[in-house]
Every structure is written in structure tokens, then in C-alpha cells.
Design a protein around this ligand. Structure first.
Ligand SMILES: Nc1ncnc2c1ncn2[C@@H]1O[C@H](COP(=O)(O)OP(=O)(O)OP(=O)(O)O)[C@@H](O)[C@H]1O
Ligand code: NI
Length: 317
């Protein structure tokens, strides 16, 4: 079963309006904007052979990686999904892109721009409204020069339109390369000739090129030095400020807090708390013990909590 079983019920806070283009006008990054993405009760389980069973016994097992996960991203908003390694973050990204493994069982509802989606419609949105910045740099086409990959396929209903789009894409590609410190000679390289950090930048540029409404970025910064990581995050922030939506998936809470409007704390395959970044200014503003644990893991916090004289409110916690 690889189709998303949509619940069929309209969700009260998801409007039915269809916006083909995101509005750049006056969107604030606050929770009252239009929902670009709404996920409700999403579960993903994998069916397979039981690795602990005797060889050839054929015993099956089912492992549920995501359970009853709910989150939403508004226009103009950057939502960070923060969770530990191996906790199912990439499974989430793939599910949202309609990329299901053949042994995946997916249930729940995914709404994009107020429209209920299934696996096929999510796959059609890829590059046409939703862009993924994949976690693995092996997602680049090994046989295509990276400039060409970033430029993508020109669109238009006539040859003239496609030619104009190709010219626009070239200009945009050069701008992106320049802003990430990649010279024109890099355009002609193949992915295997790139450093890990360069390949990461290429993945991000591919996503930005398609002018999506929503970017899903799965761990976009590992391998980038601090400046480049900050640059990548600033770009995602700017994209949201211009009216787009960003789902930033990361294990790095510190990085997430720098750019996010809201944080979805992800643990054991579900979102245990979705809250504004401001809640991370003090642990008592956080509801879930795991969120508080994340807070305490932030640099300097344990010192501030236990080492500051007169900070009674926190010491008692
Ligand atoms: N097709 C599959 N069949 C069975 N199990 C799978 C499949 N795909 C993923 N998993 C399991 O799902 C779990 C979550 O993996 P996932 O890659 O989503 O974690 P992650 O949070 O992205 O980790 P990381 O921080 O390393 O990127 C893992 O235990 C993985 O083995
Ligand atoms: Ni991952």
C-alpha cells in the first residue's frame, strides 16, 4: 500500500482557497497566515522481514517510524523540526514529497495550500510548488554538469517562452553561484568533482531556482563551515520573509533557534511540542520534558541555571 490514505475530513483551520502563486505582499511570519502545509495524524510504518528471527524463517515485522504526527507551516514562516539522529526525520521529508519506499505504509492527511494530497499529487508538486533540499549529496545527477542541474529545465508553452526562461535561469544561476562564492568554472564541473560543502550549496541552489512556495530542507547544513551554514539559513529565512514557507529539518537546535519562527520538537517519530522560538528563552515556557532537555543541552544553559547567583526561579527546576 503506497497511497496516502487521506482522512477525507476537511480540517477546520485549513482553508480551501487555492493560491497558485505565493503572495509576496505583506505576509508576516506569524501563526495567522495561510497554511501552506498541514500534516495531520501522519504515520509511516515499514513492513519487512524480522532481522532478529532465524534465517529463512520468513517472519515479518512491522516497524512504525512516524506515529500520529501533526504539524503545519504557514506562508511566510520557517518551521524547524528538531529531532535526534535516526529518529525518522528523513522519513518525514520523503513522505511529504510523496517519495514512499515500496514497503512503506502511510496513513494520515497531508494538505498543501488547502488541498488534500495523496502520494501521486505530492510527487507532482515536486519542483512545481514544493522543493526538497535532500539530506544526501548523492541526490545530484552524477552525469550532469552542476550549472545545468541548478538551471533546471526551462518552462513555457512556446519555444520563445522557454528560451526566455532559459535566459532567466542562467542569470539566476550565476547570481546564486556568485552569492555562494562559486566561480563560473564550477558550473562546468560534475558532482564527483565537488567538495561536500560545494555539493550542499548546489542542492540548496537547485531548490531555490524553482521558485517554490514551500521548501523542505532535510539537514541542509552539515559539512558547511559556520559562514556558509549561516548563509544557507539566511537564504531560507529570506525565502520565508518573501512569503514562502520553509520546513527546516535538523538535529541542531541551536541553529534552528537562529532562524525559525516556530519549532516542532520531534521525538520517537512524533511531534511532542510545536511552539514559538520565544518559548526557548526559558525552560518553564516549554511544556514537554524532552523540549526542556533540549533547552538544557544548549551551550551555556546549565551554567546559567546552576551557576548564577540569585537565579532562584531556575535553580528550583
Ligand atoms: N525503507 C525502510 N524500511 C525499513 N526501515 C526504514 C526504511 N527507511 C527508513 N527506515 C528506518 O527509519 C528510521 C528513521 O530513519 P531516518 O533516516 O528517517 O532518520 P533521521 O532522523 O533522518 O536520521 P539522520 O539524523 O541520521 O538523518 C531508521 O531506523 C531507519 O532504519
Ligand atoms: Ni535524515
Amino acid at each position: 500500500m503506497d497511497a496516502l490514505q487521506t482522512g477525507g475530513h476537511a480540517v477546520a483551520h485549513v482553508t480551501g482557497e487555492l493560491h497558485h502563486h505565493h503572495s509576496h505582499a505583506g505576509s508576516s511570519h506569524h501563526a495567522d497566515g495561510h497554511h501552506l502545509l498541514a500534516v495531520e495524524h501522519l504515520s509511516v510504518a515499514f513492513d519487512g522481514y524480522d532481522p532478529t528471527a532465524p534465517y529463512f524463517s520468513g517472519a515479518r515485522c512491522r516497524s512504525e517510524v512516524l506515529h500520529d504526527l501533526t504539524l503545519s507551516v504557514h506562508e511566510g514562516e520557517l518551521l524547524a523540526v528538531v529531532g535526534a539522529s535516526g529518529s525518522g526525520k528523513t522519513v518525514l521529508a520523503d513522505a511529504l514529497m510523496g517519495q514512499y519506499e515500496t514497503n512503506a505504509e502511510v496513513t494520515g492527511s497531508i494538505w498543501f495550500d488547502g488541498i488534500a494530497q495523496d502520494a501521486a499529487s505530492l510527487a507532482r508538486l515536486r519542483g512545481h510548488g514544493v522543493s526538497l533540499v535532500p539530506q544526501g549529496v548523492d541526490n545530484l545527477d552524477p552525469l550532469m554538469r552542476v550549472g545545468e542541474q541548478v538551471r533546471g529545465v526551462p518552462r513555457g508553452s512556446s519555444r520563445a517562452e522557454r528560451r526566455a526562461d532559459a535566459a532567466r535561469r542562467l542569470v539566476r544561476q550565476r547570481e546564486l553561484f556568485a552569492s555562494y562564492g562559486l566561480g563560473e568554472q564550477v558550473e562546468r564541473l560534475y558532482p564527483y568533482q565537488l567538495s561536500g560543502g560545494m555539493a550542499r550549496r548546489v542542492l540548496l541552489m537547485c531548490a531555490l531556482m524553482e521558485e517554490p512556495c514551500l521548501i523542505i530542507a532535510d539537514e541542509p547544513t552539515p559539512g558547511l563551515d559556520l559562514d556558509l551554514a549561516a548563509h544557507a539559513l539566511d537564504d531560507l529565512r529570506a525565502f520565508a520573509d518573501a512569503g514562502g514557507g520553509v520546513l527546516l529539518i535538523t538535529h541542531d537546535i541551536e541553529l534552528a533557534l537562529r532562524v525559525a519562527d516556530r519549532v516542532a520538537v520531534f521525538r520517537d517519530g512524533t511531534v511532542v511540542e510545536e511552539t514559538g522560538v520565544e518559548s526557548f528563552s526559558a525552560p518553564e515556557l516549554l511544556r514537554h520534558p524532552f523540549s526542556r532537555a533540549l533547552w538544557h543541552a544548549l551551550p551555556g544553559h546549565d551554567f546559567a541555571t546552576f551557576g548564577t547567583v540569585g537565579d532562584d526561579a531556575e535553580v528550583t527546576r
